[in-house]
Design a protein around this ligand. Structure first.
Ligand SMILES: [Zn+2]
Length: 227
């Protein structure tokens, strides 16, 4: 699959001023947060589910709008609610790996990090899902973590637009501010359950439709990317 990805240029390690040069080329090949595309499309992503009472509502909304999304699910939550995992996949949505138990990967030992990534994927495989996308909890991952993700056959995906951040920054104006900033190729971050975010999500999806922007999964966005 030939894709053109816009890479994260500032790694967590660089941001922390860790010693040793970050091999930027390697980071660029391994992490991305938006996609270069000529199509009027964005990706919609939901983290931290499945969460009963919330995930279903999102799935209903996506179905009503004729849209798809990538759900970065937490392995142990998937284990607890297999019915919701099946509901996600049967709706034409995509599932990505968000680790087994949502630990802060930059705070744990290397073998714990590796296990979190592997166990999250193993849980999804029980549903016939072989995740190709990985999102680190809190969006933070070390260079070693990215290598572990890549070795597991997955790609690390962050985001370029966050609904929750917009809500805390702009309050009632969040949706209009977002709509003025969203561009084709953006990857939008939302969560299955955050106060006030479902209402914002409804208005955002309606606004994206008015702008002629199609919402889909990360894979759908990448498939339509400029080669
Ligand atoms: Zn998370």
């Amino acid at each position: 699959m030939a894709v053109s990805l816009i890479a994260l240029t500032l790694s967590w390690e660089a941001a922390r001023g860790a010693s040793g040069a970050v091999p930027r080329r390697q980071m660029q090949e391994s992490i991305f947060y938006r996609v270069r595309t000529s199509q009027r499309a964005v990706a919609l992503t939901f983290d931290d589910g499945p969460i009963p009472g919330h995930t279903e509502r999102i799935l209903d909304l996506l179905r009503a709008e004729g849209m798809h999304a990538t759900f970065f699910v937490v392995g142990k939550r998937a284990f607890a609610r297999p019915d919701l995992v099946r509901a996600i996949t049967t709706g034409g949505n995509e599932i990505g790996n968000h680790t087994w138990s949502h630990q802060h990967l930059t705070w744990v030992l290397d073998d714990v990090q590796r296990d979190e990534i592997a166990r999250g994927a193993r849980e999804l495989e029980q549903f016939g899902v072989h995740p190709i996308w990985f999102r680190p909890p809190y969006g933070l991952i070390s260079r070693l973590g990215v290598k572990d993700v890549t070795a597991a056959g997955e790609r690390t995906v962050l985001w370029s637009v966050s609904i929750d951040r917009a809500l805390s920054r702009w309050g009632d104006r969040a949706v209009s501010e977002l709509l003025s900033r969203v561009h084709p190729g953006d990857i939008i971050l939302a969560h299955d359950a955050r106060p006030g975010s479902f209402d914002a999500l409804q208005r955002l999806l309606a606004g994206l439709k008015r702008k002629g922007l199609r919402c889909g999964t990360v894979s759908e966005l990448v498939a339509g990317s400029r080669v």
